[in-house]
Design a protein around this ligand. Structure first.
Ligand code: COA
Length: 335
């Protein structure tokens, strides 16, 4: 008898946004910009901000609780936590063990993955590897970022773009032919272009700086824009080819919500109809590692994702990092 392939199957979903809304109008009272400029260049109308009283771990726990509730009977047996974040609560240690402890999961395998805006895809792949390798049976995968903490409050080039939030899924061991089975994955990086999106100071290389701006994100917007669309399209084509799907098979494309124009041009490069795009950036901004699960949860809640639909996921972020994966959408509870 042929042995069935162990796959990671998505079986729970949850997302959480901090309550504080920051509108374009409010930004325009402080910086030289306008609601019209931000909307037309990015597709963003508002974003959420985690105030000083709320951390990445707090948001990750809130999203994790919802994902565990959605997973139902699968939740108690979660034996690993993978947290995608570029904004851990402390530089050291990683935040995933604190998330696991706060969720009452016991002394489980818990690790952070930092691939910035591609982090959630990398975390899905890490969790899938744990499952395929027999290291874990059920994994809570969280994408959470308080990215506004990395944004210079005086920089009109980045303040309008980023927001805070968290999203989470539960993956369980299952068969590759089940609804919700993830894969194949395409994951890539190009560290030679790290300086396109970088926080220069505060790490082991530039430990101190007299210029406070060095502790905030420095972004070369246009170069990032060009890279993002082509890279997401390339990775998407790779996984489609590997799975034997055509672009025409794709019902929904859930891309990292960085800029609506990046999503639209990725769809154009791929030859994907615009109405396959799942878009929630208008209300969230770019939430980095949280963006894909937040978009998943919004689409699920709005009835824009149905069990059996073929879904393509793709992301791009600082590093540079980028990637894609696929699944057929499962029947989910809650979310
Ligand atoms: N309001 C008004 N004007 C602004 C502005 C703002 N918030 N931000 C920048 N500008 C100005 C620039 O200073 C520039 O002025 P200049 O022509 O006098 O020099 C002008 O608008 C055009 O800037 P440009 O950078 O060419 O705009 P753009 O159309 O490329 O849009 C971004 C800027 C940042 C929105 C866009 O490049 C982008 O989204 N890039 C990708 C960023 C991203 O996704 N990062 C995360 C990746 S995971």
């Amino acid at each position: 008898m042929e042995e069935s392939v162990v796959a990671a199957v998505l079986c729970g979903l949850g997302a959480w946004l901090p309550p504080r809304v920051l509108t374009n109008e409010e930004i325009a009272t402080r910086l030289d910009t306008s609601d019209e400029w931000i909307r037309s260049r990015t597709g963003i109308a508002e974003r959420r901000v985690a105030g000083p009283e709320m951390s990445t771990v707090d948001m990750a726990v809130a999203a994790g609780e919802l994902a565990l509730a959605s997973a139902g009977a699968d939740a108690p047996a979660v034996d690993a936590v993978v947290l995608a974040t570029a904004t851990p609560d402390q530089v050291c240690p990683a935040s995933a063990p604190q998330v696991a402890a706060r969720l009452g999961l016991g002394e489980v395998n818990a690790v952070d993955v930092n691939a910035v805006c591609s982090g959630f895809l990398y975390a899905l792949a890490t969790a899938s590897g744990f499952i395929a390798g027999g290291i874990a049976r059920r994994v809570l995968v969280v994408g959470a970022d308080a990215f506004t903490t990395l944004v210079d409050p005086d920089d009109r080039g980045t303040v309008p773009i980023f927001g805070d939030g968290a999203g989470a899924v539960v993956l369980r061991a299952g068969d590759a032919d089940e609804l919700g089975a993830l894969g194949p994955f395409a994951l890539h990086s190009d560290g030679a272009l790290a300086d396109l999106l970088m926080v220069p100071a505060g790490g082991a290389k530039q430990r101190r700086s007299d210029d406070p701006r060095d502790y905030f994100l420095d972004m070369q917007g246009q170069a990032v824009f060009r890279q993002a669309s082509t890279r997401m399209a390339e990775a998407s084509r790779t996984v489609l080819d590997q799975a034997g799907w055509t672009v025409g098979d794709v019902d929904r494309f859930i891309g990292h919500q960085a800029n609506i124009r990046i999503l639209q041009s990725t769809a154009k490069y791929l030859g994907l109809p615009q109405d396959a795009l799942v878009v929630n950036i208008e209300r969230t901004g770019n939430t980095s590692a949280a963006s894909i699960p937040l978009a998943m949860a919004d689409a699920q809640r709005d009835g824009n994702l149905m069990a059996g639909q073929k879904v393509l996921l793709s992301a791009f972020g600082a590093g540079l990092t980028w990637g894609a994966t696929l699944l057929r959408w499962p029947a989910l509870v809650g979310a």
